[in-house]
Design a protein around this ligand. Structure first.
Ligand code: ADP
Ligand code: ASP
Ligand code: MG
Length: 425
């Protein structure tokens, strides 16, 4: 008998019909003789809608209240799923984050799990129930509800899998696994049978939304095997685990991220301490700076650009409005229509020439590079939002990742790609 955690994302529980299908799937697992704990996201776009409601009331919702509000989305789906399982003649019981013992720090909106106290889940399992846990939420030391960041139900699932010692954490979504790129952006992307934690973590951190990066981080730390698979078919998906038996490719995959913006400070005097002042003040106001570009100075004047999450832009602007006069820089500009495209692969460490090939491929395809950053296993470039699909596709081809078959579902436009990724912002 296996012990399985099965997490279903928003698309998989978007309607009563889909919830009933998830219930049937869980019952099938029970009928095979396995024990299962379900973890659910909110139905469809509920979380976005709740965020929209809060913004209709105030432009700056208090983080504590927002978490309480957002957590209600998963309460709806967990209770409906438990009812649907009961309707099939099996015992089920829903649990909020608090009831499931998901204890977090107090960082509202992006809390970290600090402890998992699964007593009630274990007890329900022992009595033959299917426990259905609300993803994305926990409780902090003040007994306040917290949420784990967008896509956080993945992390709930991995944490529960670790807590109860599950054999596998199955993450069901609207794709049948992890591909070499988002198949809705690069139709020739290939499904991977398995991927190492390191490669997956780098892909998720670089924007591959199929798994939340925190979930992969947690899984890597505690050695939880994740199986990313489709909620709509029985096909085997992708295993995320420590040792990949596959030959190490130079490039494992390509991720894109449209959630950042670029800010350029014009006419900055090129003298000691200016960059330190700008970036230490931005850090103090919790602006998460990603890439930094400083142009060659001319006549003692230069431009400094940086990228940061669009969600931090308000704070970045307030900070720059405050400090620009003191560094004698006349103004700054914001470009929101950008995308970051990242090549990821642990094999990159021992393979020179990746950057040269990537830059010449982009050049040959008339794609202008606005910024560059690297790590030992990642190369990221910033390009115009309108060119994001083209950039992902031509790099995918150039690095020999293309599959012979084409992903049939509709491809997304640059605007749709951005809307999907920057959901609810
Ligand atoms: P859920 O709501 O079930 O959590 P998500 O929307 O978070 O599902 O994740 C699934 C989506 O991730 C897919 O629809 C796909 O467009 C996107 N995606 C991004 N990168 C990848 C990738 N490398 N492989 C597969 N899917 C990806
Ligand atoms: N409902 C939350 C979100 O939309 C959490 C999740 O889906 O994992 O981000
Ligand atoms: Mg998700």
């Amino acid at each position: 008998m296996a012990l399985i955690v099965a997490k279903f994302g928003g698309t998989s529980v978007a309607s009563p019909e889909r919830i009933k299908n998830v219930a049937k799937r869980l019952v099938r697992i029970k009928q095979q003789g396995d024990a299962v704990v379900a973890v659910v996201s909110a139905m469809g776009k509920t979380t976005d809608e709740l965020m929209g409601l809060s913004r209709a009331v105030t432009s700056n919702p208090p983080a504590r209240e927002l978490d309480r509000l957002l957590s209600t989305g998963e309460h709806v789906s967990m209770t409906l799923l438990a009812m649907a399982i009961e309707a099939l003649g099996y015992k089920a019981m829903s649990f909020s984050g608090r009831q499931a013992g998901i204890l977090t720090d107090g960082t509202h909106n992006k809390a970290h799990i600090v402890k998992v106290d699964n007593e009630r889940i274990q007890e329900a399992l022992g009595r033959g129930f299917v426990p259905v846990v609300a993803g994305f939420q926990g409780i902090d030391a003040n007994d306040d509800v917290t949420t784990l960041g967008r896509g956080g139900s993945d992390t709930t699932a991995v944490a529960i899998a670790w807590g109860i010692g599950a054999d596998v954490c199955e993450i069901y979504s609207d794709v049948d696994g992890v591909y070499t790129a988002d198949p809705r952006v690069a139709p020739r992307a290939k499904k991977l049978d398995e991927i190492s934690y390191d490669d997956m973590l780098e892909l998720s951190s670089a924007g591959a939304g199929v798994l939340q990066s925190r979930a992969v981080e947690f899984a890597r730390k505690w050695n939880v095997v994740i199986h990313s698979r489709s909620a709509f078919s029985d096909a085997q998906g992708t295993f995320i685990k420590e040792e990949s038996e596959m030959e190490e490719a130079v490039i494992t995959g390509i991720a894109h991220d449209t959630s950042e913006v670029k800010v350029t400070i014009r006419g900055v005097p090129d003298c000691t301490g200016v960059a330190a002042k700008v970036f230490s003040t931005l850090a103090a106001t919790m602006v998460n700076v990603d890439m930094i570009i400083q142009n060659v100075s001319k006549d003692g004047i230069t431009d400094i650009s940086f990228t940061c999450p669009e969600g931090d832009l308000g704070r970045a602007k307030e900070t720059l409005d405050r400090i620009l006069p003191s560094i004698q820089a006349p103004y700054y500009e914001v470009d929101t229509d950008i995308a970051k495209v990242s090549l990821v692969g642990t094999g990159m460490k021992s393979s020179p020439g990746v950057a040269a090939k990537a830059f010449s491929t982009l050049g040959e395809n008339s794609i202008n590079i606005l910024a560059i950053s690297t790590s030992p296993i990642r190369l990221s470039v910033v390009v115009d939002l309108a060119q994001v699909s083209h950039a992902v596709q031509c790099l995918h081809t150039a690095f020999g990742l293309d599959s012979d078959s084409v992903f049939e579902e509709t491809q997304l436009s640059a605007e749709e790609i951005a809307a999907k990724m920057n959901k609810g912002r």
